[in-house]
Design a protein around this ligand. Structure first.
Ligand code: GLC
Length: 444
């Protein structure tokens, strides 16, 4: 029976981790910083910033020729690049980790790789390694280091796919050539792991080949052999540690124990001058609240310009988000997913011991917010980051029924946050919810 339970627990981890050899407690331990971090900053920086076009996809999909795409190397100069400034901004946003595109599908590497020559040093106006100084700054500031690495390399002569309409060869046709590519990409990964020992690898593009073709299990072993605590995202054909929904906040709570929503601030991953369709600070905070209320992380993307400066719209958004995150840190970092929406019509989180419930209140509730079906008594309520104590009233509770009534919390206007207010509700024990459909009261 015990064996069966262990097997069931292992299975319930889902495809994301089922193929790992980590034991569950060890895996949980390794994932803890990630689970607690809540916010990361994604950085898409590469050639595409020069013309302000879609990263890699613009030539793959035929909007520009490969030759013209590569001409952007002449404009990638990094002349205003200040990794210290980048990291200050990341810290100010409240993020605990960053993930940077060391190499996107176009094959342009930001570091001094000895594999291939399409990189920032040998073939761009920058003529320098732009990855190492950033990683050093992250480490200096105790932020976790995430490396985005695209498995496909559409510019590399020995890779199968070139553009949507032209494939160089298939693996069956030329396994030797494919092996040459495997040596190349795994060599780059070995380099990245030896040089930077990343806390997190963010793979992308696994859809172009099978797990066997990529040698995904071997790659996982290679990276974990170097650092058993390294975390791998899901995009290594089922050999990763956490799920990566993209752009859209999941509507229902994802079942995976670990997940991260990656999202752009406007509609583009890299810098695109003409894309001004930015989300507002309020909207980003609203989405972030939904994400953490459902137990996930947000990986919010920025796209620096070719000279290394970060567009003002993006800087402003990160600063605005940071003001709010720092003020409300106790309800964010280390918290866990909140209560189901039937009980509170908004996002919520819980402290790890589940004795403090955090309610996220958007706008002005005009007097009170409502908590339904909470069996606990409330010991104290306060406004996070502001400190005021709040009063509450319980209505509809009858002593002969389990039904706990409705709790109304009075929220005066002067305690409201300009973006989103958070109320901390200290309970008399672990959160305990009434989940019945209601019943006839037989005695009065
Ligand atoms: C997609 C795209 C890629 C982008 C990534 C970010 O997989 O291929 O361009 O970098 O999403 O999640």
């Amino acid at each position: 029976m015990k064996k069966l339970i262990t097997v069931l627990v292992l299975l319930s981890f889902g495809p994301v981790c089922s193929q790992t050899s980590d034991s569950i407690p060890l895996h949980q331990k390794k994932m803890q910083w990630f689970k607690d971090a809540k916010l990361g900053i994604f950085i898409h920086w590469g050639l595409y910033a020069v013309d302000g076009i879609d990263e890699s996809w613009s030539f793959f999909n035929g909007y520009i020729s490969h030759a013209d795409y590569l001409k952007q190397t002449k404009g990638f100069n990094a002349k205003s690049y200040d990794p210290g400034e980048w990291v200050d901004l990341i810290k100010e946003s409240g993020a605990q980790y960053a993930v940077i595109t060391a190499k996107h599908h176009d094959g342009f590497a930001l570091w001094d790789t000895k594999y291939g020559s399409l990189n920032a040093i040998k073939s761009s106006a920058a003529k320098k390694d732009v990855l190492t100084p950033f990683v050093n700054e992250l480490r200096k500031n105790r932020l976790k280091v995430g490396i985005y690495y695209s498995l496909p390399d559409w510019s590399y002569a020995d890779y199968t796919h070139f553009t949507r309409d032209s494939i160089r060869y298939t693996v069956e046709e030329d396994p030797k050539r494919w092996n040459a590519f495997l040596d190349y990409y795994q060599g780059q990964l070995r380099e990245l792991s030896e040089r930077y020992n990343p806390d997190l690898y963010w793979f992308d593009g696994d859809w172009e080949h099978s797990a066997v073709e990529w040698q995904a299990a071997k790659v996982r072993q290679l990276l974990l052999g170097k650092n058993p605590n390294a975390i791998l995202n899901s995009r290594l054909k089922g050999h990763g540690d956490y799920a990566t929904p993209e752009q859209g906040m999941p509507i229902t709570r994802p079942k995976e124990p670990y997940w991260e929503l990656c999202m752009t601030t406007n509609d583009s991953w890299g810098y695109q001058k003409t894309d001004l369709n930015y989300k507002t600070t309020d909207q980003i905070i609203g989405i972030f609240a939904d994400v953490i209320g459902n137990g996930g992380n947000l990986l919010l993307d920025i796209g620096p310009k070719a000279d290394g400066s970060i567009p003002k719209e993006q800087t402003d958004l990160l600063k605005g988000l940071g003001r709010w995150v720092h003020k409300h840190g106790e309800a964010i970092y280390g918290a866990v997913a909140g209560i189901p929406k039937e009980h509170f019509y908004g996002p919520s989180t819980l402290s790890k011991d589940k004795r403090t419930l955090y309610l996220f209140v958007k706008g002005n509730p005009n007097g009170e917010v409502v908590l339904r079906g909470l069996k606990n008594n409330i010991n104290r309520i306060w406004v996070v980051g502001q400190g005021s104590k709040l009063e509450h009233q319980v209505l509809g509770k009858v002593y002969w029924s389990e039904y706990p009534g409705i709790k109304y919390i009075r929220v005066p206007e002067h305690v409201l946050d300009e973006n989103m207010t958070i109320l901390a509700v200290l309970l008399d024990g672990e959160v305990n919810l009434y989940r019945e459909t209601g019943s006839v009261i037989e005695s009065n």
